[in-house]
Design a protein around this ligand. Structure first.
Ligand code: ADP
Length: 269
């Protein structure tokens, strides 16, 4: 197993002997080294669903900036209030605010330092990508592996219009893809299935516009040949199980082994 498989630069194998905990492991059970996996894609492209599955399969945590920010926005503080307004408008949160939240997770979590982390929803601007590069370099961590879930805009609109979430446990359902819970209740805990505030029609359009203006340039940033080919595009307009299979193929190509039973019942979000 080598980090040259994807042509990425970095030092992940040189640190391998020192690694422990939640590391992604190669075929002989040896930890591969700290690795940040970035799931990039538009709202509704399936990042959340696939992130959860990859986490379960490879034992590395996922940090979802959307979930972190939604949690923060519930606080009865001035910053909580500002966040609520930004999220409700479908706009992006300030780069520095999001970066600090993610950086705190990367700096303090032993999993991130020892084994890696999956980022869902970060970076979303080129400024954030640069901040992340500087942080990883300062920590001596390898360049991130960027997995782009590409889905046409019309499909995203349809998916987001049908997305429902359990108010209790956060499980995601889709009214149009067949997995719609028990009537209007969650299959896991019976919680009510609700639409996320920012999935309403007008807000979805603004989120898609923000993606095109701010995040498409991030794809270009990671595609620069100088970055050594750490970018992979996947066709996200397929059944979730097919997407999971290809994602696991790429991560497994890096030498990771995981629990094969995870991912059989994946759903698109
Ligand atoms: P989606 O990807 O479906 O838009 P998320 O749950 O990832 O949903 O994000 C919800 C909202 O949180 C975004 O619309 C944005 O306001 C905010 N957000 C999440 N991640 C970032 C980020 N990296 N930078 C700025 N804002 C963010």
């Amino acid at each position: 197993m080598s980090n040259r498989v994807l042509g990425c630069t970095g030092n992940m194998m040189t640190r391998a002997e020192n690694l422990k905990g939640h590391a992604i492991r190669n075929e002989t059970g040896e930890a591969m080294g700290p690795r940040i996996i970035i799931l990039l894609g538009a709202p509704g492209s399936g990042k959340g669903t696939q992130g959860a599955l990859l986490s379960a399969r490879y034992g590395v945590p996922t940090v979802s900036t959307g979930a972190l920010l939604r949690e923060e926005s519930k606080k009865n503080t001035p910053s909580g209030f500002r966040l609520r307004q930004t999220l409700a408008a479908g706009a992006l949160v300030d780069d520095q605010v999001v970066f600090e939240a993610v950086a705190a997770r990367i700096r303090t979590s032993s999993e991130a330092r020892d084994g890696g982390l999956i980022l869902d929803g970060f970076p979303r601007t080129v400024a954030q990508a640069r901040m992340l590069d500087r942080l990883l370099a300062s920590m001596g961590m390898a360049a991130p592996l960027v997995l782009h879930l590409d889905v046409p805009r019309e499909v995203l609109r349809t998916r987001l219009a049908g997305r429902r979430q359990c108010a209790t446990c956060g499980a995601v359902y889709n009214l149009r893809s067949g997995r719609s819970g028990r009537g209007s209740r969650c299959e896991i805990d019976g919680g009510a299935l609700v639409e996320r505030d920012d999935d309403s029609e007008g807000v979805v359009e603004r989120r898609l516009a923000a993606y095109e203006a701010e995040t498409l340039p991030v794809l270009e940033y990671y595609r620069w040949p100088e970055r050594g080919g750490c970018y992979r595009r996947l066709d996200g307009n397929r059944g979730p199980a097919e997407v999971t299979k290809e994602l696991c193929g790429i991560v497994g190509f890096l030498g990771a082994t995981g629990d094969d039973s995870v991912g059989d019942t994946a759903v698109a979000a």
